[in-house]
Design a protein around this ligand. Structure first.
Ligand SMILES: [Mn+2]
Length: 332
């Protein structure tokens, strides 16, 4: 935690308590941690007596909640970026390492009377007026829980579902090294509200339309193994093209789970999936097992993320993106 942590938490609580309007935002193309944490906080703030207005949004265009996150409670509190206050009295940012990750909501963030930043990226730039940033936290959901607790708001089931979704997402269903005893203690607290972990897991990971099987198959068939990459630790990569998605009738976000199949490969420390978006830009997801910091690598390519899970965007031929990645891997 940066700065004097306790002072920062105290001023965050006072800032929220004193506000007549609180505006929430999370990073563009939100994942379960970004949207789950934000909606949990939105429900928490809206549940409290008083006439404080609460709005929440993210800067995607078109503005659509990703399919796998449509089960999250609190979506009635969402507004489109165009309807977002231009100069919020108090704004809270969730899971964004830098202000540009808010997309079009970076403007309101820069103009806000107070900006509270809740995040766990080691690369966080400290762009808030109050920065509640803890790289040791397994998820932004951990920090959102702390703020909800400090505000004295009891955890309802609707709040717990969002926080639990964040925890599950960022720990890879309690599989990653960040899964500390404290993570399981928080999970226990959230489950004790009576929420169903099976429902959350199924919504997040265990459902897809039939056509996804064809998209997955096309992508797996093209997988390349480069055993000599990363100083002999190995790289495995593949693509999901616009043509694959058009054939399956699926949006970009449907390609997200492909990396979890690719990264199983024993012969590679690093895995990458290049997903072609609707504009023809490649959205690259990278994962590592233990030795390589893909967060650093992706930051060098204009992206960012964590040591074991990160990403960047690339315009050009996918082979060039892989070549750029390979050069950095060999250097690291
Ligand atoms: Mn996160």
């Amino acid at each position: 935690m940066t700065g004097d942590a306790n002072t920062d938490w105290t001023s965050a609580v006072k800032t929220v308590d004193d506000a007549s309007q609180v505006c929430l935002a999370c990073h563009i193309r939100p994942d379960g941690d970004a949207l789950g944490s934000m909606l949990a906080m939105a429900v928490a703030l809206a549940s409290r007596a008083g006439d404080r207005a609460v709005v929440a949004s993210f800067g995607d265009s078109p503005f659509e909640v990703p399919r796998i996150l449509r089960f999250l409670p609190g979506q009635s509190l969402l507004c489109r970026p165009a309807e977002y206050p231009v100069r919020p009295e108090v704004m809270i940012s969730f899971d964004a390492a830098s202000i540009d990750r808010l997309g079009p909501l970076a403007g309101p963030a820069a103009a806000a009377g107070a900006l509270i930043v809740l995040d766990h990226h080691a690369s966080n730039t400290g762009f808030g007026t109050i920065n509640l940033v803890d790289p040791a936290a397994a998820a932004t959901a951990v920090l959102a829980t702390e703020l909800i607790d400090r505000l004295g708001i009891p955890l309802s089931q609707d709040i717990a579902v969002g926080l639990y979704a964040g925890l599950v997402t960022d720990t890879g269903s309690f599989k990653y090294a960040a899964t500390t005893p404290q993570v399981h203690e928080l999970a226990a607290r959230l489950l004790a509200t009576g929420i169903d972990p099976g429902v959350v897991a199924r919504e997040l990971y265990d459902r897809a339309p039939f056509s996804y099987l064809h998209l997955l198959s096309a992508s797996l068939r093209r997988a390349c193994l480069e055993p000599g990459a990363a100083g002999g630790l190995g790289l495995v990569w593949t693509t999901v093209t616009r043509a694959d998605r058009a054939a399956a009738g699926l949006p970009l976000e449907s390609a997200e789970p492909v990396i979890d199949v690719i990264r199983k490969c024993d012969e590679a420390e690093v895995a990458a999936v290049l997903k072609e978006d609707d504009a023809g830009t490649w959205q690259v997801s990278a994962r590592s097992k233990a030795a390589v910091d893909v967060g650093e690598l992706c930051a060098a390519l204009g992206g960012g993320g964590h040591a074991r899970a990160a990403g960047f965007s690339f315009t050009g031929h996918p082979g060039e993106a892989v070549a750029a990645l390979r050069r950095l891997l060999d250097r690291q």
